[in-house]
Design a binder for this molecule. Structure first.
Ligand code: MN
Length: 591
C-alpha cells in the first residue's frame, strides 16, 4: 500500500482516492504515478473546474481512461500532467527535470500554444496543427488528447450551450474519426455518444424516444437465444469463451439510419450476439453451426478474418432468420480479435506492459505495423504543406483528406488504400507514390480500362499503368479529390519551371551550393527548431535553403540539425528511413 503525506491525504476527496487507487493498482510503476499525481495536484491547487470540483479531477480521469487502455506508466503520468504547463506556472523545463525527456515530450505535445500571437479561429487551427504534428512523431500524444477530450465531453453540462455545441461538433468531425481510424472502437463510441446530445440535441432525443423500447425487447429476445446457441455449440464440442450481446451505440445507429431511409426495421444489428471462441478454426466451425441452426440471409455473411476491414477489424459476421424468424446478427471472433477491436492501435502497446528489462526491450521494438502509421505520418507532413491555407480552407481540406467518408480500394498486391469519397485513379496513384502519380498513363479498375477521372467505388481493384515519358497534366487539377494529389501535381510544375529557368537563365555555372548557403544565410538569421532556438543548425548542401523558403530540420548524429528545403528529395529519402529525426523548422519564431 502506498503512503501519502498527511496534507495530500486531507485534500483528496473520496472520489480522487478511488480513481487514483485504481490507476495505481493497475500500473507497473506505482511510484511514478504517485509522484506525477502529487506534482499535478500541487500545481493545480486552488483551481476549480467549471463544475466546482477541484481541477485535479480532470487530469485524474484522463489518466484513468489511459490506464483503462493499459497504456504505459509514462503515458498515464503524462495524462496526469497534461494541463500543468498550460494552466499553472510550471514550465516545460521543470517537467523535464522531474520526469525526464519522454514524459516532457508528451506533455509538450498536448499543451496548447503559448499565450500570445494567435487569436480566435487562427489559434484553434494552430493548436490542431500542433497536435497533429506531435502525433505524427508519437501516437501516444493523440491517445492522451482523446482521453482528455472524453472527460471534457462528460462535463459539458457545466459549459455555456454554444461552447458545448462547438466542442461536441469538433469531436464528431475530427477527434472521433481519428480515434476510429486508429481502430479504438471503444473510445470512439464513447466520444461519439458523449458528443451526440450536445451536437444535435433534437435528433438525439427523437432517436432515444424511438428506440429505447426496441433495445429492451431485443435484449430480452437475445436472452432466450443465448442458451440455445451455447447448448448447440457444446454439443458440437466447441466451448465458447464468452457469449454476450452488444448494443449499437446511439450515434452509430443515427448515422446508419440516415443510410437506411430512417427505417429501423432495416437495422439488423441493433443488438447483436457476440460469440468469442478460442481460435480461428473454431470461428469458422461456429458460423457453420449457426447456419445449420438458422438460415442465413443472402449476402450478409462477412468474413473479416480473411479480409479484415482497413482499420484492422477482424471477425465473422452473419445475419440469420433466428428463433421465431426474427432477423438477428451474430459476430464471431477470438479473444485476441476482440481485444484488438476494442483497443485498436493502443493494443500494440498493451502487449508490452510487463515489468523488467525484457519488457523494456520489447517495448522498444514493439511498434504498430507501418501501414497503420502511414496516414498519421501523412497527417503530420500535411501540416507543412498547408501552411499558407486560410483557416477555413485548412479545415475543409483536412476534413476531405483525412476525415470525410472514406472508400477503400485495393492494389493488385491486395494492399488497402483508403481515399475520400469521389477519389479518382489519379488520387489513388499519388497515394501510392509521387512517381506513380507523376507517370500515370492509364488506369484499370476491376480489370477494365477506366478514365483517369473515374470516381472510384468501395472495393475496387485499381491498377495504374505508368509511362516514363509521361508528365502530370493541368487538367488533373480539375478533378482530383485529395489535396495530396493536388499538391504533388502543382509541385511537379514548379520543379519543371525551376529546371527550365536553370537551363535558360544560367549560361554561367551556378555557384556551388556551399557558396550559396554562405552568401544567403547571414549570421543574424536565427533558425527555430520546433519553436526553439539554441540548437546548432547547418544549411543542407543538397538543396541550399534560403531565407523565406519553407524548411524542415533533420537531426544529425553530432552536429545539431541540418536544414533542408521542405521539398528536398534527399530529405524525403531520409524522412522515409528515419521519420523520428525530422523536426519542424522555421526562420522566424512562431510564438
Ligand atoms: Mn485537459
Amino acid at each position: 500500500m502506498i503512503k501519502y503525506s498527511a496534507e495530500i491525504k486531507k485534500i483528496m476527496s473520496n472520489q480522487h482516492q478511488k480513481l487514483l487507487q485504481k490507476i495505481i493498482k493497475d500500473s507497473p510503476d506505482p511510484k511514478l504515478i504517485k509522484k506525477a499525481y502529487e506534482f499535478a495536484e500541487k500545481a493545480h491547487k486552488g483551481q476549480k473546474r467549471k463544475s466546482g470540483e477541484d481541477y485535479i479531477i480532470h487530469p485524474l480521469y484522463t489518466a484513468f481512461y489511459l490506464c483503462e487502455m493499459k497504456l504505459s506508466p509514462n503515458t498515464v503520468a503524462a495524462g496526469l500532467l497534461h494541463d500543468v504547463v498550460d494552466d499553472t506556472p510550471i514550465t516545460q523545463e521543470e517537467i523535464k527535470k522531474e520526469f525526464g525527456k519522454d514524459i516532457a515530450f508528451l506533455v509538450q505535445g498536448i499543451s496548447k500554444l503559448g499565450k500570445i500571437k494567435y487569436r480566435g479561429k487562427e489559434r484553434y487551427i494552430e493548436n490542431l496543427r500542433k497536435v497533429f504534428f506531435a502525433m505524427a512523431k508519437d501516437i501516444r500524444v493523440i491517445l492522451i488528447k482523446l482521453c482528455d477530450r472524453l472527460h471534457n465531453l462528460e462535463t459539458l453540462k457545466y459549459l455555456p450551450t454554444e461552447k458545448a455545441k462547438r466542442i461536441a461538433l469538433e469531436t464528431l468531425e475530427i477527434y472521433a474519426p481519428i480515434s476510429f481510424r486508429l481502430g479504438i472502437r471503444n473510445l470512439t463510441g464513447r466520444l461519439e455518444d458523449a458528443a451526440f446530445p450536445w451536437a444535435y440535441p433534437f435528433e438525439y432525443q427523437q432517436l432515444v424516444k424511438q428506440v429505447k423500447d426496441k433495445y429492451e425487447q431485443r435484449r430480452k429476445y437475445l436472452d432466450k437465444v443465448k442458451p440455445i446457441v451455447a447448448k448447440r455449440l457444446r454439443k458440437e464440442r466447441i466451448l465458447p469463451i464468452e457469449i454476450h450481446y452488444r448494443s449499437k451505440r446511439y450515434w452509430s445507429l443515427y448515422k446508419k439510419l440516415q443510410r437506411y431511409d430512417q427505417d429501423l426495421n432495416k437495422i439488423y444489428d441493433l443488438v447483436a450476439l457476440r460469440i468469442i471462441v478460442k481460435d480461428i478454426k473454431d470461428c469458422y466451425k461456429t458460423i457453420g453451426i449457426i447456419h445449420k441452426l438458422w438460415k442465413p440471409l443472402p449476402r450478409r455473411i462477412k468474413d473479416y478474418i480473411a479480409s479484415p476491414k482497413p482499420n484492422g477489424y477482424r471477425s465473422l459476421h452473419t445475419t440469420v432468420f433466428c428463433m421465431n424468424g426474427k432477423i438477428t446478427e451474430f459476430q464471431i471472433k477470438t479473444p485476441q480479435m476482440h481485444k484488438e477491436a476494442e483497443y485498436g492501435i493502443a493494443a500494440h502497446w498493451y502487449y508490452s506492459e510487463q515489468k523488467g528489462l525484457k519488457a523494456y526491450i520489447r517495448r522498444l521494438i514493439t511498434k504498430p505495423p507501418e501501414k497503420d502509421l502511414k496516414w498519421i505520418k501523412q497527417l503530420g507532413e500535411y501540416q507543412e504543406k498547408t501552411r499558407d491555407f486560410s483557416s477555413d480552407k485548412y479545415l475543409e481540406s483536412l476534413k476531405i483528406d483525412f476525415f470525410s467518408n472514406r472508400i477503400f480500394v485495393f492494389t493488385p498486391q491486395g494492399d488497402v488504400i483508403d481515399l475520400p469519397e469521389g477519389a479518382t485513379p489519379i488520387d489513388f496513384a499519388y497515394a501510392i507514390h509521387t512517381e506513380v502519380g507523376n507517370l500515370c498513363q492509364q488506369a484499370r479498375v476491376d480489370g477494365k480500362i477506366a478514365s483517369l477521372n473515374y470516381p472510384l467505388q468501395n472495393g475496387n481493384l485499381v491498377e495504374i499503368i505508368t509511362n516514363k515519358n509521361r508528365k502530370p497534366s493541368r487538367d488533373w487539377l480539375k478533378f482530383v479529390k485529395t489535396n495530396l494529389a493536388r499538391y504533388r501535381i502543382k509541385s511537379s510544375f514548379k520543379e519543371e519551371i525551376k529546371i527550365e529557368k536553370k537551363q535558360i537563365i544560367s549560361p554561367v555555372p551556378l555557384p556551388s551550393p556551399k557558396k550559396i548557403a554562405k552568401i544567403k544565410s547571414p549570421k543574424i538569421t536565427k533558425i527555430f527548431l520546433a519553436g526553439e532556438t539554441g540548437m546548432q543548425t547547418n544549411l543542407a548542401k543538397c538543396c541550399s535553403p534560403q531565407i523565406g523558403d519553407k524548411i524542415i530540420g533533420y537531426i544529425t548524429q553530432n552536429s545539431g540539425a541540418t536544414i533542408h528545403r521542405a521539398g528536398c528529395k534527399n530529405l524525403k529519402r531520409l524522412q522515409k528511413k528515419w521519420p523520428q529525426k525530422v523536426i519542424e523548422a522555421s526562420w522566424k519564431s512562431k510564438k
